[in-house]
Design a protein around this ligand. Structure first.
Ligand SMILES: [Zn+2]
Ligand SMILES: [Zn+2]
Length: 390
């Protein structure tokens, strides 16, 4: 695909999006997607470099010196079999762009290619971050370790994520917490096996595990300020062999979501105490292992105000609205937002005439491509004006 003129960038964005959609790649396997991104950036005269394996960074140095902003898109797909019915559905069995990262990548490419033709108007620098593996294991952190925020050092970072719950083309902004932290917990309840007809001869881990599952819910309802948010979901419970055998071991696997880092920091010790207390009360032993995942995304209030003001006056942005509440979903953009002021905005992609659209991460997820022009318009406006507004 050759470099499009500004006027037909929209058509190219949709073509790129469909091309990426048909060839979804999972985290750190984004070879084809990265190659497409590099080719499009280079065709527009934008210098690129590889970062953290499949990550790509493009840089436009403006006509006048100034601050550096980063615009970030994620590129990876999910391990899902697509059932969207789109004519350009995934050609890769068991992989699907069900979170809209195909659209994120295509929109950022569209903005980059347009901005490349407007270099003289740009004050400062625009860094385009095409990130791998947002859905896991996480590409933001390795990109930071590989210097993505350095030379030139980034002063602010912005990302867009699509939302099927918002009207197509509308930009949603929010100050403060935007998405939750996401940590995993693995609990092993260790008892003693035996015949189920003689439970007193063993230590049955099944009722102990059940007690732990219910007791853990009291962390959010009784131990944490009700104005704070903690979700603790045990998604897996696995134990036992047969109806007449006492289970000597039961494993629980869950996820912990918070919107406040200090609340988050206190949760593991609370879980540990409850597991150990219940296990020791019932002659069992408990082992708890945490896998700490993505932090909370906190939108910098000052940066968010500037992004909002630019969105409200940008040519081609359909509408701008405040998002009332954050999501308990997680985003590894959090690592960028921990290092530099960050802002995560939403782009409505609700399909036309559908009352209950399929959510992201659904095999039926579809997005309204009419919305993409609005996202490109915002990214372009940020590229032209944000660095000066900082
Ligand atoms: Zn996702
Ligand atoms: Zn996503």
């Amino acid at each position: 695909m050759k470099t499009p003129a500004a006027a037909d960038v929209g058509a190219h964005v949709i073509a790129w999006r469909r091309e990426i959609h048909q060839h979804p790649e999972l985290g750190f396997e984004e070879q084809r997607t990265s190659a497409l991104v590099e080719a499009a950036l280079r065709a527009a005269g934008i210098a690129t470099r590889r970062c953290a394996g499949t990550g790509v960074v493009g840089l436009i140095e403006g006509g006048r010196p100034g601050k550096t902003i980063a615009l970030r898109a994620d590129m990876d797909a999910l391990p899902l079999q697509e059932r969207s019915g789109e004519p350009f559905s995934s050609l890769t069995p068991g992989a699907m762009h069900a979170c809209g990262h195909d659209a994120h990548t295509a929109m950022l490419l569209g903005a980059a290619v347009t901005l490349a033709g407007e270099r003289e108007r740009i004050v400062g620098n625009v860094k385009f971050i095409f990130q791998p593996a947002e859905e896991g294991p996480g590409g933001a952190k390795p990109m930071i370790e590989d210097g993505v925020l350095d030379s030139p050092s980034v002063d602010a970072a912005v990302m867009i994520h699509v939302s099927p719950l918002m009207e197509a083309g509308v930009i949603g902004w929010r100050r403060g917490p935007m998405s939750a932290s996401c940590d995993d917990v693995n609990i092993a309840v260790l008892g003693r096996g035996g015949h189920a007809a003689h439970p007193h001869k063993g230590v049955d881990t099944i009722p102990i595990a059940a007690e732990i599952v219910t007791a853990l819910q009291r962390i959010s309802s009784r131990e944490v300020d009700p104005m704070e948010n903690v979700v603790l979901s045990i998604g897996v419970i696995r134990g036992g062999y047969r109806h007449n055998i006492i289970a000597d071991r039961t494993d629980l696997h869950g996820t912990i979501r918070c919107l406040n880092e200090s609340v988050r920091a206190a949760v593991p010790a609370r879980i540990q105490r409850i597991v150990e207390g219940i296990c020791s009360a019932h002659r069992a032993r408990g082992e708890v292992v945490f896998e700490m995942g993505y932090p909370v995304v906190v939108n910098d209030p000052g940066l968010t105000d500037r992004v909002r003001a630019i969105a409200e006056s940008a040519d081609g942005v359909v509408g701008v609205t405040e998002i009332k509440s954050p999501t308990m979903g997680a985003e590894d953009f959090a690592y960028f937002a921990q290092r530099v002021p960050g802002c995560y905005v939403r782009l409505g992609v609700a399909p036309n005439g559908v009352d209950e659209p399929a959510m992201t991460h659904s095999p039926e997820f579809r997005l309204n491509e009419d919305a993409l022009a609005s996202g490109v318009a915002l990214l372009r406006a940020l590229g032209l004006r944000l660095a000066q507004a900082l």
